[in-house]
Design a binder for this molecule. Structure first.
Ligand code: NAD
Length: 466
């Protein structure tokens, strides 16, 4: 059979080989899928909260039963190990978490009473779900990021049209098998594969949109949503800073900074991308960072080896290489690590520590998305706070000090939505628990985290009686 002209190739990040392709649906097909989902949503909403929760619990069971297949597909798309094994369980856990908290969230959002200015007038709230919500998600955590917003939206009573990244679409097939085991859900949850063109066609069909991805694409998506006057909930990039004070335990701080910087080969929105370290410990801290970085082996030639997997997207390696080269040309020093290497066809990069950096460099300003940690000394806490806050981004950050109270005082002064104290990247553990607003260009449209995230998927209607 010949390859359709609109087929999009898929590459294996470990070998660089083109080993698959996806064929996006046409605009007419997307329109029909959206119509079917809208039709299905009527029965889904009529099921009521308890009925939807029961269906979602069955889906969580199906995901766990199919975890090996979902993980295998994701590992092939991302070239990474470990984290991928856990993903189906994190998603199933998130479903169960939302099933447990949803009734309380809905109850708390309900108001009834009498008017304070006209006591003969009474009112009550009706929560009306958006019939069809769209999700557009990135490649760094394919299944997880396609589902973070989808789960509360489904429980709220919305139908969902999901378009994950064209770079990592293989998980869609085993996940679709799990959806098919819950017929009520299958009528309201559809994945489609495709690139930005498919994303734009999706936006034309939905009543609200959740987007996770880069700032430039987020801008295009927000514009398209604004033209249609539909809400867009945007979760975008980051340039997380960590402040390490002079009283910090050097070994522990270096371990936390390195973990934040290189986990998932730095391809995380809340990766630690800048370190500001008190001058009195700067030299030994850099030495410790180098020693620990040198112990992190590449996950090569196969997944059983090492820790640091390949770049998921070869183009990302070029972006990071260019930032590094520019920094070196402007006077920075690579203390350990360096440019990406092509091994067995995949693009790998060792854990890389850079000094001699300043804020004129893109390495300190733009999102890097690679296993690189530039380190800069500071002379006062005020200076450290000013440097950390000197960024357009404001996703999250971290502070490590001799004691947690000292760290927390500094954390209160940082302009970002979630600050990890005495560690990095702790956001991961509080997803369902507490709200967080992205500062600056890191996001818009309210918090995807915390119980109230579910309320974004309702229109709030007031029924007012005389
Ligand atoms: P991207 O912006 O290139 O793509 C994201 C999604 O948008 C993909 O599905 C893509 O096909 C789609 N898309 C591309 N052009 C489009 C268009 N014109 N209209 C509609 N959709 C379009 O991002 P990426 O490279 O896949 O992911 C990496 C980025 O995601 C990083 O910036 C990272 O920080 C960010 N991210 C943010 C979070 C968060 O929670 N804040 C989480 C993970 C990743």
């Amino acid at each position: 059979m010949s390859t359709p002209s609109n087929a999009i190739p898929i590459f294996n990040p470990r070998t660089g080989e083109r080993d698959g392709e996806i064929v996006p649906p046409s605009a007419a097909e997307i329109t029909q899928i959206a119509r079917d989902l809208r039709a299905g949503q009527v029965a889904w909403e009529a099921l009521g909260l308890d009925g939807r929760i029961a269906a979602m619990r069955r889906w969580a069971d199906a995901i766990e039963a199919n975890a090996a297949q979902i993980s295998a597909a994701e590992m092939r798309d991302t070239g990474r190990k470990r984290v991928a094994h856990e993903v189906p369980f994190i998603v199933a856990g998130s479903i169960r978490g939302w099933c447990a908290r949803a009734p309380k969230v809905v109850e708390r959002a309900y108001f009834e009473g009498t008017s304070t200015v006209m006591p003969s007038v009474s009112y009550r709230t009706q929560l009306v779900p958006y019939p069809l919500v769209g999700i557009i998600s990135p490649w760094n955590h394919p299944f997880l990021l396609s589902m973070l917003d989808a789960v509360p939206a489904l429980i709220a009573g919305c139908a969902l049209l999901v378009k994950p990244s064209e770079v990592t679409p293989r998980f869609v097939e085993p996940v679709t098998e799990t959806i098919a085991t819950v017929p009520e859900l299958a009528a309201v949850l559809r994945y489609i594969v495709g690139d930005g063109g498919t994303g734009q066609a999706l936006i034309e069909q939905v009543d609200a949109l959740c987007f996770t991805g880069s700032v430039p694409t987020g801008r295009k998506v927000a514009e398209a949503c604004a033209r249609r006057f539909i809400p867009s909930f945007l979760e975008l990039g980051g340039k997380d800073a960590v402040v390490v004070t002079g009283s910090a335990d050097i070994q522990q701080a270096a371990a936390a900074v390195l973990k934040g910087a290189v986990s998932n080969t730095g391809q995380m929105c809340f990766a630690t991308e800048r370190a500001y370290v008190a001058r009195e410990i700067y030299a030994p801290f850099v030495e410790e960072l180098k020693a620990q970085a040198s112990a992190i082996a590449l996950s090569y030639p196969d997944m059983s080896q090492g820790h640091l997997g390949p770049y998921i997207l070869a183009r990302q390696a070029d972006i990071v290489d260019a930032q590094l080269q520019e920094a070196v040309d402007a006077g920075a020093t690579i203390e350990i690590g360096g440019q990406s290497q092509t091994l067995g066809g995949g693009r790998f990069m060792p854990a890389t520590v850079v000094t001699g950096v300043d804020h004129s460099m893109r390495l300190m300003r733009d999102e890097t998305f690679g296993p690189v940690i530039p380190v800069m000394p500071y002379d006062s806490v005020d200076e450290a706070v000013a440097l950390a806050n000197d960024s357009e981004f404001g996703l999250s950050g971290a502070v490590i000090a001799g004691d947690a109270d000292e760290a927390e005082h500094i954390a209160e002064r940082l302009n970002a939505g979630a600050i990890s104290i005495q560690d990095t990247s702790l956001t991961l553990y509080i997803m369902g628990d507490v709200e967080k607003t992205s500062f600056g260009i890191s996001g818009l449209g309210g918090s995807r985290m915390g119980p109230n995230a579910m309320l974004r998927f309702f229109r709030k209607k007031a029924l007012i009686r005389r």
